[in-house]
Design a protein around this ligand. Structure first.
Ligand SMILES: Cc1cc2nc3c(=O)[nH]c(=O)nc-3n(C[C@H](O)[C@H](O)[C@H](O)COP(=O)(O)OP(=O)(O)OC[C@H]3O[C@@H](n4cnc5c(N)ncnc54)[C@H](O)[C@@H]3O)c2cc1C
Length: 404
């Protein structure tokens, strides 16, 4: 039986290229098929998103040879401050302060804009002889048999591989066609996202203010710039997004506060509707799901991409070990090892982000008192504080080799 490549990856966003690089280093031939139109793929316009990359993710990027290309644009996240707040009132007195000095490994993570990470991945996969990139191409159908998977592509060709991996995002067609159902719901919240320039330096401190309609994260970028992820109810967000830049800033200012001096917009404004969507299974016959295709979560803890990159490192390790043992890499026994490794971790993370959002996105005085006391307690117990920081840095649980 002949194959066009060992592994076919549907989706060339962030997790798809990361997986392609990890697999190519392990000696697999890989094809990445990405639907994204050429102008979008070539441009380096800021899509508004900056990722809080956990320390474990940084280690993976270094192992894949990507880190040196993005490091000049990455901002170390030294401290994280979390507080309960209302617009115009400033943070509550019970705020949590996570200081990287308490962690021996250094910064908990790095802020990096999507455009830099995306371009670095594209350049790396384009230059890797073991990876074929089919851009502006979609997987439109798929079938599996005893030995592999055959995908039908929008360019009128079929592609046969031992394993088909869905890195095709929250609405994963690979999952749907494999008969994998999803669980999820919309939060009724939309994230308003943009970059903000400010007068004073942020000193590498990230802030999370929990407001009744949803959290506001202020995340440090290089220079006197920060990226904000500002969650509001859908109706509020639509109203705010429709305002002029000046009126938008007038609503943001009392929420943002004046601790960084005068603020202004440093680019376009974007919105992302927020929802949760988790695949009921991460694997099927000759099929595996990675990243948002497996689990799309609320950005409240900045963990979506980090969880995807952990899938990447875990799947690459399972497949590499199976190959070394002479096993069929796409057999369900091998794929289930990946599912067992990643499903519990991601379910716990998805549940935690869901619960935190529900607990904090309201103005109930009892819940407010409870969460302020909770934050006060965590802040007062160094061991608890350190365990939260290790979690945020992605250093807990069974770390795949590429993140060790
Ligand atoms: C406001 C916001 C802030 C966030 N902040 C953080 C953060 O701080 N830290 C963090 O870790 N995460 C964060 N996330 C989450 C992060 O953005 C996602 O987890 C990540 O982008 C998912 O990447 P992916 O490669 O899995 O999917 P995607 O980026 O969705 O890529 C999917 C790709 O598949 C392609 N595709 C789709 N269908 C097909 C098909 N049939 N054939 C071929 N290709 C196809 C698409 O064109 C696309 O290129 C945030 C998310 C939001 C919305």
């Amino acid at each position: 039986m002949s194959f066009d490549s060992d592994i076919l990856i549907a989706g060339g966003g962030l997790n798809g290229p990361a997986l392609a690089l990890a697999l190519s280093r392990a000696g697999f031939s890989v094809t990445v098929v990405d639907a994204r139109p050429a102008p979008q793929r070539a441009g380096d316009n800021f899509d508004g998103r900056g990722y809080a990359l956990a320390l474990a993710s940084k280690r993976l990027l270094a192992a894949l040879g990507i880190w040196d290309a993005v490091a000049p644009n990455a901002q170390p996240m030294l401290d994280i401050k979390v507080s309960d707040g209302r617009a115009g009132e400033g943070p509550s007195p019970f705020f949590l302060h996570f200081d990287h000095a308490e962690l021996e490994e250094g910064p908990m993570g790095y802020m990096l804009e999507d455009r830099y990470l995306y371009r670095a991945f594209q350049t790396a996969i384009e230059n890797d002889p073991a990876i074929t990139l089919l851009a502006e191409t979609s997987v439109i159908d798929q079938a599996t048999d005893a030995t592999g998977a055959t995908a039908t592509l929008s360019i009128g060709k079929t592609h046969r591989a031992r394993l088909l991996v869905g890195c095709d995002g929250r609405q994963s067609g690979v999952a749907q066609r494999a008969g994998i159902k999803r669980t999820g719901w919309a939060y009724g919240q939309t994230a308003l996202v943009c970059a903000i320039a400010h007068e004073r330096p942020h000193n590498g401190v990230a802030h999370q203010f929990f407001m009744p309609p949803g959290p506001l994260a202020i995340l440090p970028l290089p220079g006197n710039m920060s990226s904000i992820v500002w969650s509001e109810t859908d109706a509020n967000a639509a109203r705010i997004h429709a305002l002029s830049d000046e009126d938008y800033l007038a609503i943001l200012r009392p929420r943002f506060g004046d601790f960084l001096g005068e603020i202004s917009l440093a680019g376009g404004r974007f919105t992302y509707p927020l929802g949760l969507t988790v695949a009921n299974h991460f694997v099927a016959d000759h099929v595996a799901l990675v990243g948002d295709a497996a689990h799309g979560m609320h950005p409240i803890a900045g963990q979506g991409l980090n969880a995807g990159l952990r899938d990447v490192a875990a799947l690459a390790q399972i497949l590499t070990e199976a190959k070394a043992r002479g096993e069929d890499i796409a057999s369900i026994q091998v794929l289930e090892r990946y599912q067992e490794w990643r499903r519990f971790d991601t379910s716990a993370l998805v549940a935690a982000t869901d619960m935190t959002n529900k607990l904090f996105s309201n103005d109930n005085p009892l819940l407010r008192l409870g969460r302020d006391i909770g934050m006060g307690l965590i802040g007062a117990v160094p061991a608890l504080r350190r365990s939260f920081m290790r979690e945020a840095a992605g250093l807990t649980g069974e770390l795949p080799d590429l993140m060790g």
